[in-house]
Design a protein around this ligand. Structure first.
Ligand code: PRT
Length: 104
């Protein structure tokens, strides 16, 4: 089975709208923004370590980070469409890399 980022977002949003007993997602919302940010920080660090170890670990940790990022976005009322719009605004932007003196 596969799950798209949109499906994950929708599932996490559903937990915000209808908290379920025993739901880890609902637990994070209940704890609040600082707890969610702490988890995002932890998962980011775990991703860095995982990336140094193996592609399998990087894949696993990316999924963990995606989940916690979706919780953060939902908690802050940001939709995937908002992120897509931000990414879209950058399409075709000229890279400023060549202006950096440390770029090789
Ligand atoms: N994708 C995920 C997902 N990825 C990771 N996790 C949870 O994230 C937690 C991270 O593990 P940690 O060991 O870092 O954290 P912990 O020690 O359990 O918890 P803390 O005390 O640190 O908060 C684990 O409990 C994982 O189960 C997830 N929990 C839920 N989902 C998705 O969200 C849906 C709803 O889940 P519930 O809200 O739990 O019903 C699920 O069906 C899944 O699709």
């Amino acid at each position: 089975m596969e799950q798209t980022i949109q499906e994950l977002y929708d599932q996490v949003l559903a937990r915000k709208e209808n908290p379920v007993e025993g739901s880890y997602t609902a637990y994070l919302y209940d704890k609040g923004l600082d707890k969610i940010l702490k988890k995002v920080g932890e998962e980011s660090t775990e991703l860095i370590v995982g990336a140094k170890n193996s592609r399998a670990e990087l894949t696993y940790e990316t999924a963990d980070l995606f989940f916690h990022l979706m919780v953060l976005l939902v908690d802050q009322g940001i939709s995937l469409a908002d992120i897509q719009a931000e990414l879209g605004s950058r399409v075709g932007q000229k890279s400023k890399l060549h202006e950096r003196s440390d770029w090789r």
